[in-house]
Design a protein around this ligand. Structure first.
Ligand code: AHQ
Length: 235
């Protein structure tokens, strides 16, 4: 069995950071404080559709995964998002972010603001996890290797530029600062353990590239639906 070297494989995975959605113009504008209230609200409402689908994506991976040890750790992701009781978890924290940004829980749950491109990208991600080999679905979550820098930059930007949002609403991003590295460390361990041949490794890189496309096309759809007005920045 041909085993390609680990370093070049990790290098190929990390090179995907060049296509991460932190580089999307909408996120660049966000982190420079250039978004309007309406653009922030549109982004929060559309990203809620992504957040509420993450536990179902992770449950799909659990359903396909034969390894008890992996399932023991992977299930934590579902508890992180769903919580273990009302008022807990990332989905709840995202609802509070939305309320802090002036949205109602009802308009986030009823998906009235979700644009087609976001719905299709998120549904494609969930279906990828349901239908692809479970290790490829694990590999697709490795965009989280690149998330901590983005979370830190975003938190700083929200605290500096979007002071109309109650800082308590930013708790979601603070939690990701520790959850994302913990999750990506586990996902990388699984991928390094199960992707030994060149073919397995190229499929893992392709899965990560697919996820970058999911995140990028979500941002394209949000950017299109919530364009910057001619340089104005309303409060
Ligand atoms: O809030 C995010 C989250 O819960 C997850 C789960 C993980 C996955 O399993 O694919 N990816 C992810 C991400 C979250 N937030 C994104 C952001 O920019 O706020 C980043 C995204 C990711 O990097 O994949």
């Amino acid at each position: 069995m041909v085993v390609s070297d680990t370093e070049s494989f990790i290098g190929d995975l990390r090179a995907q950071s060049q296509r991460y959605h932190s580089l999307h113009p909408f996120h660049v504008m966000m982190n420079e404080g250039g978004l309007s209230r309406r653009q922030i609200q549109g982004w929060v409402a559309n990203r809620f559709y992504y957040q509420e689908n993450i536990p179902r994506k992770d449950a799909a991976i659990l359903a396909n995964c034969p390894d008890r040890g992996v399932r023991r750790r992977w299930i934590r992701r579902i508890h992180d998002h769903d919580g273990t009781a009302d008022g807990e978890g990332g989905i709840e924290a995202w609802l509070r972010l939305g309320e802090a940004a002036g949205l109602t829980r009802e308009e986030m749950w009823d998906e009235r603001h979700v644009v087609p491109g976001v719905r299709f990208a998120v549904d494609a991600y969930v279906n990828f996890a349901r239908t692809r080999p479970w290790v490829e679905a694990v590999a697709s979550s490795l965009t989280e290797l690149f998330a901590p820098d983005l979370m830190a930059e975003r938190l700083d930007a929200f605290e500096r530029f979007y002071t109309w949002i109650d800082p308590a609403g930013l708790a979601y991003f603070r939690a990701r600062l520790t959850q994302a590295p913990r999750d990506s460390e586990h996902a990388l361990e699984v991928v390094m353990e199960h992707c030994r041949t060149p073919d397995e490794q190229s499929r893992a890189v392709a899965a990560l590239s697919f996820k970058n496309d999911v995140l990028w096309s979500m941002m394209d759809a949000i950017d299109r639906a919530y364009p910057s007005s001619t340089g104005q920045r309303d409060a």
